[in-house]
Design a protein around this ligand. Structure first.
Ligand code: ZN
Length: 281
């Protein structure tokens, strides 16, 4: 496994179509080692998740591209650690911007404007490779994964991460959608996952099953913590359900807990009252 070091291009995958990873210098509690920017292709390139608009990162990307044409900049979603470098890079290279526009509200990068209207199932056909767009709402509603067909390699953004689990940010982020998006990915024959943060995942089926099981175990823990007839507020429920999470991550855990509770409410299994949440009989 190649060490993750910011600014150094590393070839991480690709038997026929090279895939280079360039780690952005934005390591942190929510970004792990930093955002993975990927460069696809040999003579004509595509870039996945340009990352934050930090000069050092933009320069590292432009150096890795060299004098080759950059045809597409693909954005998995419009969070600040994934899309802000898209606009300056498009201006510098003339590349087309692929992705879904930022939804209303939430913490989104509104500088990102796709070059056209894109949807699930669209594909981008280049001379060396074809990339398919797969809509995977859940983490946020405008999340896309990108499938590099020649390699059966899926760029997963924040839908599937390595070394940690995604935060679901309601109301735009949605646990029902998240689980459905994970289930639907099982229809593709995936050889490898290239996440927005962390190392490549070489056993996609196992990873996806583990992720679904993890969410359902967490949901089960919520149901047990609420018990029959017991009402609990979000604060106390967060501490009980996420007793395995570091304290500085609890505000994010609380948002994901809320996403779980919204899912339970939608399934008529829980209900919110002015003072908290309780299970329905
Ligand atoms: Zn994100």
């Amino acid at each position: 496994m190649t060490e993750l070091r910011a600014g150094e291009p590393v070839r991480v995958a690709g038997r026929t179509v090279p895939v280079i990873r360039l780690l952005a210098p934005n390591a942190g509690p929510m970004t792990g080692p930093g955002t993975n920017t990927y460069l696809i292709g040999e003579r004509e390139l595509a870039l996945v998740d340009p990352g934050p608009a930090e000069q050092a990162h933009i320069e590292a990307i432009l150096t890795a591209i060299g004098d080759r044409p950059l045809r597409w900049i693909l954005v998995t979603h419009t969070h600040a650690d994934h899309s802000p470098a898209a606009l300056p890079l498009a201006r510098a290279t003339g590349a087309e911007l692929i992705g879904l526009p930022a939804p209303e509200g939430g913490r989104h990068d509104r500088s990102f404007q796709p070059s056209g209207s894109f949807a699930h199932g669209d594909s981008l056909a280049g001379a060396e490779f074809t990339i398919e767009l797969i809509h995977t709402p859940g983490h946020v509603s405008n999340h896309l994964c990108y499938l590099l067909q020649e390699e059966q390699l899926l760029f997963t953004g924040d839908h599937i991460l390595q070394g940690t689990t995604s935060v679901i940010l309601p109301p735009d982020g949605d646990m029902t959608d998240y689980l459905r998006s994970l289930h639907e990915l099982r229809a593709w024959q995936l050889a490898c996952l290239a996440p927005g943060h962390g190392q490549l995942i070489t056993d996609p089926e196992v990873a996806i099953e583990a992720l679904i099981a993890h969410r359902l175990r967490r949901e089960d823990k919520i149901v047990r913590a609420l018990g029959a007839g017991v009402e609990a507020d979000l604060e106390s429920l967060t501490l009980r359900v996420y007793d395995d999470v570091a304290p500085h991550l609890l505000p994010w855990a609380r948002l994901t807990l809320e996403a779980h509770l919204i899912k339970l409410a939608r399934e008529s299994r829980a209900v919110q009252s002015p003072t908290g949440w309780k299970l329905l009989p």
